[in-house]
Structure formats: C-alpha cells, structure tokens
Design a protein around this ligand. Structure first.
Ligand code: COA
Length: 259
C-alpha cells in the first residue's frame, strides 16, 4: 500500500483514504495501484461489504499528478495496463457498493470517478471541476457519456467544455451527487450509512448494485435479467431470514451470510 493511500476496515466497511495533503491529494501511479489493490480485494473479500472512498478534510483529490502525466503519460487501452486504468476498471468492476465522501476539491479524475460510485456525499466545501479541455485533453473513462446522462447534455458542457467549477449546491441540485452532509458530520454520517448498507442482505445488495451499474439495455431484456436475480434470491437463505424476521417481528440478522 502506498504511504499516500490509507486503508482500514471498520467492521464490514473498507475505508480507502487518499492522503497526500501537501500535493492536494494529486494521484500518482503508486496511489492508483494501492487504490486498485484495495478495491480488487474488496470485490473478493467476504468480510468487506461496502467501500468508502474519501480524501482529506478540504480536499478529495486535485486529480492526476500532472508531473506524472508529463514524465510518463499513460497509454489508455494499451498493455501493460496503466495504473490509472487498472484503478478505474477496479472501481467499475467492484462487486461491493462504493460510497464516495467528498470534502473539498474534486478535480479531473476526482470528479470522473464519482460517476462510477454508487452513492456520493459531499460537504459544503466540495468543488467539482473537469478542466480537461483547458488542459488540452479530452474527457475520460466514460464521462462524456455518463455526465450528460446524469446532469443533461447542456449542463455537462459547463463541466466538460467550459471547465466551470461547480459548488456543492449546484452538484446536489443537478444530481451530480447524492446529497449534501455538513462537513462536521460527513465522516460519521457516511460511515453510518455504510454500516447500514453493510448490515443488509449481502447477495441482494450485490445484485441491486450490479443491475444499476450495468449498461443500458432494452427494458424487456432488463426485466428478464432482474427476474432471474429475483427468482434466485427468493430461494436464498437471506430471504428466508428476512421473511422469518418479519413474521417473528424482529430485525433480520444477515451477519452470518457471506458478502
Ligand atoms: N498534480 C501535481 N501536483 C499538484 C496537483 C496536480 N494535479 N495539484 C496540486 N498540486 C501541487 C502543487 O504543485 C503544489 O505543490 P508545491 O507546494 O510543491 O508547489 C501543491 O500541490 C499545492 O498546490 P497549490 O496550487 O499551491 O494550491 P492551491 O490551493 O493554490 O490550488 C489547486 C489548488 C488544486 C486548485 C491547484 O493546485 C490546481 O489547479 N491543480 C491542478 C489541478 C488539475 O488541473 N488537475 C487535473 C489533472 S487532469
């Protein structure tokens, strides 16, 4: 693990923290590799049910380390896979829900990656910016498709063409993020939400996440796919526990099931 990425597990919640405050949490190759390892392990590790991705107080990340970009520009799609691409693929493929917690700057890939998270909470300090065109670069990792889908094409142009910075109010209002949480409560509330999610039936959480993260497809195909998942889950021990708990008027206990 890179010194600039801190990883710890709180119960079933893995917390990956970007920690390079002197460089505004700019992401280096080593940091992408460490984040990839944390996410790849979370995907297969039965004790991890939810991942939180966060930065420091006041800065989520200032994006890719620009010195790294100049000295060793990654070739996206080439072999061997550059660390930034490994990281984004690990995030997209993560089988467990990923919750982003943004306090402060989220620049470049710092905003792009949010489009691949399952829930995004931000404080009033959050600022979102994708200055790719200003840097003579192009949108990355699906953001030219996902961002217009999320906020509408006209507004996506503000971020991806003009490089306009969005504050937290605009980000909440335009559905870039899930919700605002006051800065002093952000860590505790996000951890609490993550613990709440981690206490739910793990197979059902995995299925719901996987279905929502999937590419668009004809509605009837999606209904068939959901039906297969629903049918299988109806026969699962997790559903037995949920239904039994309802009958017995108690809270379900999903702690014994593997994530
Ligand atoms: N890559 C490498 N270093 C970065 C960086 C980045 N993306 N962003 C910030 N830093 C470094 C600065 O070089 C500076 O290092 P130094 O103290 O050794 O000189 C340090 O972080 C603090 O940055 P500074 O610019 O002094 O802080 P600021 O509060 O005035 O501004 C930012 C912060 C993030 C607004 C500004 O640094 C910035 O615009 N960074 C570039 C962001 C960017 O374009 N990212 C997209 C990459 S695709």
């Amino acid at each position: 693990m890179s010194d600039h990425i801190l990883s710890r597990d709180d119960g079933h919640v893995r917390i990956l923290q970007i920690h390079r405050p002197d460089k505004k949490n700019a992401l280096t190759r080593a940091m992408y590799t460490a984040l990839s390892e944390g996410l790849e392990d979370a995907s297969t590790n039965a004790s991890v049910r939810v991942v939180i991705l966060k930065g420091e107080a006041g800065v989520f990340t200032a994006g890719n380390d620009l010195m790294d970009f100049m000295q060793d520009p990654p070739s996206i799609g080439a072999e061997p896979m550059p660390p930034v691409e490994r990281f984004m693929r690990a995030l997209m493929a993560c089988t467990k829900p990923v919750i982003a917690s943004v306090d402060g700057l989220a620049i470049g890939i710092g905003t792009t990656l949010l489009l691949h998270c399952d829930l995004v909470y931000c404080s009033e300090n959050a600022r979102f910016k994708t200055p790719f065109v200003d840097l003579a670069l192009a949108p990355e990792f699906g953001s030219s498709q996902l961002l217009p889908g999320r906020v509408g094409r006209a507004l996506a142009g503000e971020l991806l063409l003009l490089g306009t910075e969005w504050d937290y109010q605009r980000a909440v209002e335009k559905n870039l993020v899930t919700a605002h949480i006051p800065a002093q409560d952000l860590d505790a509330r996000v951890l609490n939400l993550a613990q709440t999610l981690a206490a739910k039936a793990p197979a059902a959480v995995r299925q719901a996440k996987a279905l929502m993260a999937m590419e668009q497809e004809p509605l009837l195909d999606r209904i068939v796919r959901e039906g297969e998942a629903f049918t299988a889950l109806l026969r699962s021990p997790e559903f037995q526990e949920a239904a039994t708990a309802f009958m017995e008027r108690r809270a379900p206990d999903f702690s014994k099931f593997n994530a």
